[in-house]
Design a protein around this ligand. Sequence first.
Ligand SMILES: CC(C)(COP(=O)(O)OP(=O)(O)OC[C@H]1O[C@@H](n2cnc3c(N)ncnc32)[C@H](O)[C@@H]1OP(=O)(O)O)[C@@H](O)C(=O)NCCC(=O)NCCS
Length: 359
Amino acid sequence: MKLQAVSSAVTVEVRDHLDPAARAEVAAFLASVAGDQCDAPLDERHRAALGAGSAQAARALLARRGDGVLAGYAQLLPAEAPGGPGRSALEGQRAVAGAGASARGLTASLLSSAAAAARDAGSTLSWWARHAVPADQEAAALAGLVRRRCLLQVRRPAGAGWPPHWSPGEPPAGPAAALRTRPFRVGADERAWLGVNARAFAALADQGSWTAAELAAREAEDWFDPDGFLVRELGGRIAGFCWTRVHPPAPSVAVPRLASSAGAPAPTIGEIYVIGVDPDFRGQHLGSALLRAGCEHLERDGAGEVMLYVDAANAPARALYDAAGFTLHHEDHRYESRAEESPAEESPAGEDPGAGLAR
Ligand SMILES: CC(C)(COP(=O)(O)OP(=O)(O)OC[C@H]1O[C@@H](n2cnc3c(N)ncnc32)[C@H](O)[C@@H]1OP(=O)(O)O)[C@@H](O)C(=O)NCCC(=O)NCCS
């Protein structure tokens, strides 16, 4: 364990593994700062790594105030994408308690320690600030990181009304009116779906490049339900799809919820997991019909609220969700080490009409 006194008020312990007691302490801390099941400060991959005790694959950073109480946690894992020629890549996420100046101090301490740990390991650092706050931007700038992406999580109460011209589950007019929605057929639709997914998300490599193996991995997940994976076809061709999922009621890190987080149970959250329309069929209200069908399916499955992620630069999708009554829940920002030859820094939301990206 390496100790860094980052300020007189905060000490960060950098560990290369967590013993069961430390894991339980971290899990209880995360539960105390979590909201509902789609509001967790660490994403599924990081929670799974912590729960399986595999955080030792990289680094765990525990920030303690003067009284020794754990008040912030960050975790570094090997990144899924390489860090550039000859460089490994780490990706980090953080959770801090409280708000205001003390949370800003914790954020800055964790991020500067993470940047130092990545430098020591000869790695680049990619840092997802979930529930981003201005302190993340300040801390990232101090740590030499630049913002590359902004994802919005938007939500809408299940059962809320629809714009008057959004007819129930069917496009109002044009060729798309002949389309029908049906569930995805496991074992039959994979190839065609991968094709339309690649065409719909041509501008977003991390979704558009999905392979048969990546699709199969999702089909093998407990949450996968082909009835919630709605497909619309025309003459045997998939024209668009809306893939939904219902989130399990508890976070993946299995710890009892703390008293502070008790109270009325949070509504079950349904997610519009991926939605896309083949470019040949855009602008015919197919996207709105699919979105409505997906939301209505989630509502029938017991969701009280529907959420989805959208890239801030994806103007068509944002307009669709605005029209459907989704509103901003929070923003997640990704910061990255400056590279010698890096792409331009992210432009402010909505100012890059060519990007057309979704998450
Ligand atoms: C977003 C997407 C699904 C919309 O599908 P679509 O069938 O073209 O959308 P619709 O015809 O139903 O349009 C519905 C509303 O979205 C908005 N919209 C759609 N395309 C738009 C565009 N190019 N520019 C601005 N607004 C647009 C409009 O508000 C429109 O309502 P209106 O026609 O009543 O004004 C489609 O563009 C797509 O597949 N994009 C690539 C994949 C993607 O980004 N998915 C979303 C991931 S979060």
